[in-house]
Design a protein around this ligand. Structure first.
Ligand code: ATP
Length: 222
């Protein structure tokens, strides 16, 4: 029998706000990879967008409320606490230094993020530190550039189990329950006066209303 390495699974994002697409994917991954924990890593200072709509402190609070009753979803503050920009490469290097060479480090990204991989700082070195687990995201058909396609062909791991057989270097596509929800959609809904209920946890919606985030406006009946 092939030996399974211990694994650290990390799922970074802006979580602006966290929604059921994130949470359900993370939980399904924990079960499929047979790990006790998936680390959710909120970014401090996003580099791939012009700015988050909610400050880090609120994004963190919402994540805390969303994960309070699920011990397998753990918030990791590595990017929030770092006195540097939230480049994934630096985070992977820091985590690799912490866990040593004999633990699989599994970086979870959605298909949309994977397709934009070439714009990430040091993208060619990411697989030196971690595996990439790509979530098939509804609405995003796999469409890779030639370079990304080549990388995928070289590193593709058809079976999820393979990610726990080496510390880094593989890419695996994961088919979780497709939930077509995005934080952009949630923010737009709220700004337009609609309810994002059932797209996000109730505790997150309560927090958004309390703090009047994303253009939420109280009406007299609230
Ligand atoms: P935004 O709409 O603001 O871009 P988002 O919904 O994509 O936000 P992020 O916090 O940016 O959320 O996403 C973190 C990670 O989760 C990314 O890798 C993204 O691709 C992935 N992701 C987000 N929503 C889903 C979903 N519904 N299904 C699968 N993956 C998702």
């Amino acid at each position: 029998m092939i030996q399974q390495l211990p694994a650290q699974v990390i799922f970074g994002g802006t979580y602006d706000p966290v929604h059921h697409g994130h949470l359900r994917s993370a939980l399904e991954l924990a079960e499929a990879l047979e790990v006790n924990q998936v680390d959710l890593i909120p970014s401090r200072d996003p580099v791939h967008r012009t700015g988050t709509d909610a400050p880090a402190i609120d994004r963190l609070q919402m994540l805390e409320r969303a994960t309070a009753s699920e011990s397998r979803l753990v918030i990791n503050r590595i990017e929030l606490d770092a006195e540097r920009e939230s480049y994934t490469l630096f985070t992977l290097q820091e985590l690799r230094a912490q866990i040593g060479p004999n633990t699989a480090l599994i970086l979870v990204v959605g298909m949309d993020a994977f397709q934009g991989l070439e714009s990430w700082k040091g993208w060619g070195s990411l697989l030196d530190y971690a595996h990439l687990l790509v979530l098939k995201r509804p609405g995003y058909q796999p469409h890779f550039s030639d370079r990304l396609h080549k990388l995928y062909q070289q590193c593709s791991a058809p079976m999820l189990e393979e990610l726990r057989q080496s510390p880094a270097g593989k890419i695996c596509l994961f088919e979780q329950t497709p939930l077509e929800v995005s934080a952009t959609q949630v923010r737009k809904l709220i700004a337009a006066g609609g309810s994002p209920r059932y797209l996000i946890p109730d505790a997150v919606w309560d927090y958004i209303q309390e703090k009047e985030l994303y253009g939420f406006q109280r009406t007299e009946t609230d």
